[in-house]
Design a protein around this ligand. Sequence first.
Ligand code: ADP
Ligand code: GN1
Ligand code: MG
Length: 365
Amino acid sequence: MSEAEKFVMTAAAEFDLASEPVSFCRCNAGHINDTFFVQCKDTDTQYILQRVNTNIFKDPEGLMDNIYGVCEHVKKKVIADGGDPDREVRKIILTKSGDKYFIDEEGGYWRAYLFIDGVVSLNEADKNTFYKSALAFGHFFTQLADYPAETLHETIPNFHNSVSRYNDFKKAVEEDKMGRAAEVKDLIEFALSKKDKCSYILDRIASGEIKLCVTHNDTKLNNVLLDEKTGDGVCVIDLDTVMPGSLLYDFGDAIRFGASSAREDETDLDKVYMDLELFEIFIKGFLEELRPTMTEAEVLGLPMGAYLMTFETGVRFLGDYLNGDTYFKIHYPTHNLDRARNQLKLIADMDAKMPEMEAIARKYL
Ligand code: ADP
Ligand code: GN1
Ligand code: MG
């Protein structure tokens, strides 16, 4: 076993697992935390072990308090609905001494969850599966509708504040730490030209037309586990960014990832566009759960929710590329640049399709 492997196994052994951990494999899906699937001796029960990225989550204790509170809340709802609390909500596994974290010798924060069997986490979906993911995210939203928002820690300040995301991007361009700005001048100019759109949601929150509630804030398709046989939503995961927000954030983030015709890092941009059928099917599922609670401005704002969450992600990827790839995990040197080109291609496509997207949203008023 290598030193790196021993490091993971040492952390696993600190948790109150069914039996001794014997092996693990790394999961490469998320862009933020280090995630491992852990197998134990003489049992089929597996676990998720994660080393939380504390460069990004500066208050890991507050973050875990959020997750604990949210999971307990959702668990009660699942039980009241006659569901399976070991499957339909993340089950937190404590350390042998009863703590939510094991802190390693380097100060790294490790947590563990029960692994859920018979599910998939997808990066692309057909219409029916995407519809089911919309029902799952919509349902999660309703489960949290009565969660005491004031008790939540803000794990990443201004997470979906598109104006501050724009300003962070502009700063990255101005600083140009790695000398990369000149080679992507056109892309930067395209992104900077969208300044006036950035305050759309914030303006409506300020005027009271759009409400603040408890939102997930990272609703990409691979953050909901779906039943591998039926495709039904089983469990919403990645609860690190559950914070007060607008439902347009959750809608928009799910659309920018799942209603795109291609993966988030597809480099053949001819293959990347907003699929209006997927856009509509997601609205249908999401609003099946949420329409009664939504204002008119929220329904009409769905297309701009999709637009701004895509824009934010595009400038975050491009900003990270300019800053030297310090935030998102990359799997090759220009990965963030490819992701940024991809998201900004979606923006160009939505610029053209906005009238159609608005017409679709109006149908659901
Ligand atoms: P990150 O913040 O790095 O995205 P996540 O909590 O989303 O971390 O976990 C990363 C990935 O792990 C998820 O996108 C998903 O693909 C996978 N994953 C997590 N739990 C399970 C599970 N029970 N079954 C299958 N895959 C899982
Ligand atoms: C990150 O954690 P993950 O991989 O599910 C990021 C999201 C981005 C997404 C882009 C905490 O999500 O905000 O939209 O990458 N999460 C955080 O794929 O920054
Ligand atoms: Mg994730």
